[in-house]
Design a protein around this ligand. Structure first.
Ligand code: SIN
Length: 332
C-alpha cells in the first residue's frame, strides 16, 4: 500500500474551468479565471463524498500560479509555471503535478512543459468547456479524472485529461470551439479513457511515455529571462500569398517563422522565395501543415526543415526552444 505522505500538487492557471457566467444556464458567455484552484479542488470533493480509491493515500496541495484566460498566456507565465513544476517534482514526496488550464492554448503549454521539464514524473493538465457555475459543469469530473490519472502514472510525460479521455502532449489539439469533448489526437488517438474512475489504456502507457521524452538540450533552470526569448511567428500558405508579410517580419526582427503549409507542408513559389531570402538573413524557417491530421513527411522537395507530427502552434514552441538553445550554446 502507498504510504500516505505522498502528495499530488495542483497548480492553477485560470481558464473556463475556473470561469463564472451570469447564470447557471449560460455556457458560452462568461468570464474565465474567476475561481481559485483551491475552490476547484473543493468542488471535486463536493461532487461526491468518495474520491477515487487510488487517491485515498495522497495528500493534495494547491498553488495558484496565474489567473488568466489562456488566450492571454505568455512566456513569463510559462517560465513561472515550469519553475513551479520543476520545484514540486523535485521533491521526493511529490508523485505528480496536475495543472488546471484554459482549453484555448492548453496544447502549447503541455508541449512546452514536455520539452523543458526533465523530472522523471508526470504532469497532467486538465480544463473545462463550461464555466464552474454552469448547471452541468464539466470541470469537477475532469479534475477528478486528472487527479486519479496523476496518482497512477509514473515516469516523464505530459498529459491532458478531459471528457473521459487521456491524451499525450505531443499529439493532442483542440479541435472544436464549443463541444464538451473538444480535444483529439488525430490518427494517434487517445492514449486512454476513464469511466467510473477506471482507467483503460488504449496503448501501452510506458511505450507512450518513451515517445514523450524531452529533446530539449537544456532544462528550465537554464532558460534566460522570458523577455529574451525569441520572437517566432506562424504564417499560413494559402491562395495568393503575399511575400510582403515575410519581408516586413524579417525587417522587424523576427527570429523564426513556422509556415502552416498546404498539404504535406507545401508553400507557394513566391512564399518560398521570400522565406529563402529571410533564411539567408538569419531567420529560422520550419514547415508544418495546415491539415488537421497526420505527420508531415519530409521529402527532397522541401526547401526547409519540416516538423513531423507537430501542428503549427506546437512547431512554433519547438522553434522558440530551438532558437533559444542555439543562442545559449553561442554564449558558452
Ligand atoms: C481559456 O482558454 O482560458 C478560455 C477557454 C476555455 O478554457 O475553454
Amino acid at each position: 500500500m502507498q504510504a500516505n505522505n505522498q502528495k499530488i500538487v495542483v497548480l492553477g492557471t485560470g481558464g473556463t474551468i475556473a470561469g463564472e457566467s451570469h447564470s447557471e444556464q449560460e455556457a458560452l458567455t462568461y468570464q474565465a479565471a474567476q475561481r481559485s484552484v483551491e475552490d476547484l479542488l473543493q468542488a471535486v470533493a463536493g461532487q461526491s463524498n468518495v474520491l477515487p480509491k487510488a487517491l485515498h493515500s495522497f495528500k493534495i496541495e494547491t498553488e495558484q500560479v496565474s489567473q488568466i484566460d489562456s488566450k492571454d498566456m505568455n512566456f513569463a507565465i510559462w517560465h513561472q509555471l515550469a519553475i513551479r513544476c520543476n520545484h514540486w517534482l523535485s521533491q521526493s514526496d511529490v508523485q505528480a503535478v496536475v495543472i488546471t488550464h484554459g482549453t484555448d492554448t492548453l496544447e502549447e503549454t503541455a508541449y512546452f512543459l514536455s520539452q523543458v521539464i526533465q523530472r522523471n514524473k508526470p504532469i497532467v493538465l486538465t480544463c473545462a468547456m463550461r464555466p464552474a457555475n454552469f448547471k452541468d459543469a464539466d470541470g469537477p469530473q475532469n479534475m477528478r479524472d486528472a487527479l486519479n490519472t496523476a496518482s497512477q502514472l509514473s515516469g516523464h510525460g505530459v498529459w491532458l485529461v478531459a471528457a473521459g479521455e487521456i491524451h499525450q502532449s505531443q499529439y493532442v489539439q483542440k479541435v472544436h470551439p464549443t463541444r464538451l469533448n473538444a480535444f483529439d489526437s488525430g490518427e494517434w488517438g487517445a492514449a486512454g479513457t476513464i469511466c467510473d474512475d477506471e482507467i483503460r489504456w488504449l496503448a501501452n502507457s510506458s511505450a507512450l511515455q518513451k515517445v514523450q521524452h524531452s529533446n530539449a538540450p537544456f532544462d528550465i533552470l537554464e532558460l534566460p529571462a522570458p523577455n529574451e526569448w525569441p520572437w517566432v511567428e506562424v504564417l499560413m500558405n494559402h491562395v495568393e500569398t503575399n511575400p510582403k508579410l515575410i519581408q516586413s517580419l524579417q525587417a522587424a526582427g523576427v527570429r523564426g517563422l513556422v509556415v502552416a503549409g498546404t498539404g504535406n507542408a507545401s508553400v507557394s513559389q513566391v512564399m518560398k522565395e521570400a522565406l529563402l531570402e529571410a533564411q539567408s538573413k538569419g531567420v529560422e524557417i520550419r514547415l508544418a501543415s495546415r491539415c488537421l491530421q497526420g505527420p508531415v513527411v519530409q521529402t527532397a522537395n522541401h526547401a526547409f526543415k519540416t516538423t513531423s507530427e507537430l501542428n503549427p502552434s506546437k512547431a512554433r514552441v519547438a522553434l522558440v526552444l530551438d532558437v533559444l538553445s542555439k543562442t545559449q550554446s553561442h554564449k558558452c
